[in-house]
Design a protein around this ligand. Structure first.
Ligand SMILES: NC(=O)CC[C@H](N)C(=O)O
Length: 364
């Protein structure tokens, strides 16, 4: 492979050298690390990474290629990709392209041969790190924040209607997914469970959602700081009080904010496929897929109306909330997995069960 030098220049003053993977193409972003050993295609196409330069801590990346199946959105929206050792000769029966071809196609600035251990230690030490992928080591990053309006760049502009091919339930439940940067596997999880799914823009109003006559509403994952969407709290509160509602990751944080809790930044985020989470009702620990830099502050949860349903085993951070009287629940981890284990798939079943067993719409 032809190699030309590229640089990752950090706002900490550190400069890491690597080789361009694909076409040299400058870009700035927040540095984050993901510890999953597989799933780079899902990570790269997860819109939650918009505005972020992702480094994989597992050294060998690209070894099973790139397929038509594992897209989590129509194209990657991350700001850059940093790996140690890329595979030039991937092998998998589903693979259609190499990782390098896809980096070229989507013009994602990417470096290989970077000391990803050193980079991860820097992110762990400083917590919040911004950087620029560039051809010039003197080219410093200008921005030290993620665009507060980043969700509008990844959310759909028009609604998308998906019909289940497995109408196991009559009548077929209808879930509206509010798209803050949704992963396709969230829609697939609902379709596979026999729901029709309508994906709507993140700023769809209560009345517009009501007009779609949903049985339940799901607030999706997405990029950025949840507090940047504080202006949407009233709408989200109204929606979540009037329809059975579930939130995933950013959606969970937004439900918490709308109901008076606060969010805070984690020291350096949870991103990977093996984060242990305890269900506080059953005492069971499940291994979960995670990708978030913020969490709901435990002490800010109004325990009169809510209880914390799940906590992270490693740092005891809030991983799930349930309303005490309303059909309203949310999780910080990713029950749709992709990449990651499917231990928490039951969360979708529980959500849907609320309206299937009733056999009728719960709202007025
Ligand atoms: N995957 C997500 O939805 C991420 C939520 C939010 N952007 C965070 O980093 O905490």
């Amino acid at each position: 492979m032809q190699q030309s030098k590229g640089y990752l220049v950090l706002n900490t003053g550190d400069i890491l050298e690597g080789n361009w993977l694909g076409t040299p193409n400058k870009m700035e972003g927040e540095l984050v690390f993901n510890t999953a050993m597989t799933g780079y295609q899902e990570v790269m196409t997860d819109p939650s990474y918009a505005g972020q330069i992702v480094t994989m801590t597992y050294p060998l990346i690209g070894n099973y290629g790139w397929n038509e199946i594992d897209y989590e959105s129509v194209k990657p929206s991350l700001a850059g990709f940093i790996v140690s050792t890329p595979s030039e000769n991937p092998e998998h029966y589903e693979s259609k392209n190499t990782l390098i071809e896809m980096l070229e196609k989507y013009e994602i600035p990417a470096l290989s041969g970077v000391d990803t251990r050193a980079l991860t230690r820097i992110i762990r030490e400083y917590g919040e790190v911004y950087g620029k992928i560039t051809t010039d080591p003197a080219d410093k990053p200008v921005h030290t924040f993620v665009n507060p309006d980043i969700v509008s760049t990844v959310s759909v502009k028009e609604k998308i209607v998906y019909k289940t091919s497995d109408p196991a339930n009559t009548p077929t439940p209808h879930v509206v997914v509010m798209d803050f940067g949704y992963k396709h596997s969230i829609a697939h999880s609902l379709l596979d469970l026999g729901c029709d799914v309508t994906v709507v823009p993140y700023n769809t109003s209560y009345l517009e959602i009501q007009a779609l006559n949903p049985d339940g509403v799901l607030l999706s994952n997405g990029p950025g700081d949840p507090k940047a969407l504080a202006g949407h709290s009233e709408n989200i509160k109204h929606i979540s009080e009037n329809f059975p509602t579930m939130g995933i990751c950013l959606g969970h944080q937004l439900i918490a904010l709308a109901h008076g809790a606060t969010t805070k930044r984690l020291p350096y985020g949870h991103r990977g496929s093996n984060h242990p989470v305890k269900d506080l009702q059953t005492g069971k620990v499940m291994i979960t897929s995670q990708n978030h830099g913020y969490v709901v502050d435990y002490d800010s949860v109004n325990m009169k109306n809510w209880y914390v349903s799940h906590v992270n085993v490693n740092d005891k951070s809030v991983e799930g909330l349930k309303h005490k009287t309303k059909p309203l629940m949310s999780v910080q981890f990713h029950p749709e997995a992709h990449p990651g284990p499917i231990d928490t798939h039951q969360i979708f079943v529980d959500f849907i069960q609320q309206f299937i067993t009733k056999g009728e719409k719960q709202h007025a």
